[in-house]
Write a protein that binds this ligand. Structure first.
Ligand SMILES: [Zn+2]
Length: 459
């Protein structure tokens, strides 16, 4: 098999992703199958699971990728169409050494990509660059593996249901956004007590209803209307591949990942006093304070699902989450980000609170914060800006946490500035106890950026 050069733009920090017909095609999938298969075979692997989302290009890419894996001598188990966490489940359940998911996650219909697991760990960074090198060298392992079909959807849903323990039936609106979680969502909700209103459950790679990204409020509008119209206890949305969850309370308000993680942590810490709970650097101070107040050990870590999973494995934390809706349960589960499983655990919590999630949200200390702010900044410049800002803050003796970019505690709040690992942007967020405090922090952020020649867009 000859060497293959990927378009450089598709080898990203946490996954491989491109535009079908432009930067990504079946020949790339085939080469990736060979490169990842080589990495896996040389690490002693024998078996790989392969899954795909509902995009129109996914069957062809999955077929090419499966052939590539088999050509390295690996046995390939094709688990079919479903959410990314179903593939992670299959990898564990079927005792595979590696797994590849063909998915464009929440991206536009003409995008697609791959998420890979090697010996139980999501690969990223250096390992993804290695795949490019292996493909470029053409030095592939060779053999003749078998390719088999093995559906796991029923077993996956049964596993989700095994941890459902609702204290009372709930009325829930669900929105799969026509993404890959649709079928699993139907099976799951049918077997849960209560009344379930399903939106956009039909898997459709053209995403006719709205974009399957629950971090964008307008994508939650349809769900919000359903929650209010039917008087639901809560609303749940999934991103295109079911590894991120969006949540609305019974009043139709968005609860971000760093808010409902407080409620999930309460339940986990009751069973495991003193446990570590991890959240990303964008998360509210309220979350870290609440974890500590409940007797847990809050740990702030870098943004990025692969990084959080690695930190969980290292620290033995039973729970972690990101503001973006990646929620990771190692408590009674496997430690990967599964939005359907997170939904089950959240329903358990909501069912035990007579006044519902809205009441729980209202009990949290009040803060005002910005959403995630994205500031355009060239890839060649973004890390230098962070280094400059950090150096100046240190000279000023500021209270800085430098886990990922700079998170500066100031007065009654904090501000964050970090470089995105995946896009030419700086990511910022501010939070304070009052609007006046928030205004001060935004000005401090703007000044720090201005000193490095970056303009903070109007907020
Ligand atoms: Zn996703």
């Amino acid at each position: 098999m000859s060497a293959h050069a990927f378009a450089p733009s598709i080898l990203r920090e946490y996954d491989i992703r491109g535009i079908v017909g432009e930067t990504l095609g079946p020949e790339d999938a085939s080469a990736l199958g060979r490169a990842f298969g080589t990495m896996l075979a040389r690490a002693g692997g024998k078996r790989a699971a392969l899954g795909r989302d509902g995009r129109l290009s996914s069957p062809e890419l999955a077929a090419a990728l499966g052939d590539g894996l088999a050509s390295c001598g690996l046995d390939v188990i094709r688990v079919g169409r479903g959410p990314t966490p179903m593939l992670y489940f299959a990898s564990r359940h079927l005792e595979c050494d590696g797994a590849v998911m063909v998915t464009g996650s929440h991206n536009p219909p003409d995008h697609n990509g791959f998420k890979m697991v090697l010996k139980g760990k999501a690969i990223y960074g250096e390992d993804i660059r290695r795949l490019g090198e292996i493909a470029g060298s053409g030095d592939f392992a060779s053999g003749r593996g078998r390719i088999a079909e093995r559906a796991v959807l029923e077993e996956y849903v049964a596993r989700l249901l095994a941890d459902a323990a609702l204290a009372r039936p709930l009325k829930v609106a669900w929105d799969a956004g026509n993404g890959a979680a649709g079928e699993a969502m139907v099976l799951l909700s049918r077997r849960l007590p209560g009344e379930h209103i399903l939106l956009n459950e039909r898997i459709d790679g053209t995403f006719p209803s709205h974009h399957p990204d629950p971090t964008v409020p307008e994508n939650l509008e349809e769900l919000r209307a359903a929650v209010l119209r039917h008087g639901c206890d809560l609303g749940i949305a999934f991103d295109g591949d079911g590894d991120r969850i969006g949540v609305l309370d019974g009043r139709g308000r968005i609860l971000w990942g760093d808010q409902f993680l407080v409620f999930l942590a309460r339940e986990v810490l009751a069973a495991r006093p003193g446990a570590t709970v991890i959240a990303d650097v964008k998360a509210s101070k309220v979350l870290f304070d609440e974890i500590a107040r409940m007797g847990g050990r809050p740990l702030m870590w870098r943004t990025g699902h692969s990084l959080i999973k690695a930190k969980m494995a290292e620290t033995g934390a039973p729970l972690a989450g990101e503001m973006s809706g990646h929620i990771f349960f190692a408590d009674r589960y496997y430690g990967y980000d599964d939005a359907l499983y997170a939904a089950v655990r959240l329903l358990n919590v909501a069912s035990r609170e007579p006044a519902g999630l809205a009441a729980l949200a209202d009990q949290l200390p009040h803060v005002v914060n910005t959403p995630e702010l994205r500031i355009p900044c060239g890839d060649e410049r973004k890390f230098a800006v962070i280094a400059e800002v950090k150096a100046r803050l240190e000279r000023q003796g500021a209270d800085v946490t430098a886990v990922d970019g700079v998170r500066v505690s100031e007065g009654d709040g904090w501000w964050l500035l970090r470089a995105s690992n995946t896009q030419a942007v700086l990511v910022a967020r501010c939070e304070a106890a009052s609007e006046a405090g928030l205004g001060r922090l935004k000005r401090a952020l703007g000044e720090a950026l201005a000193e490095s020649g970056v303009a903070l867009p109007a907020l």
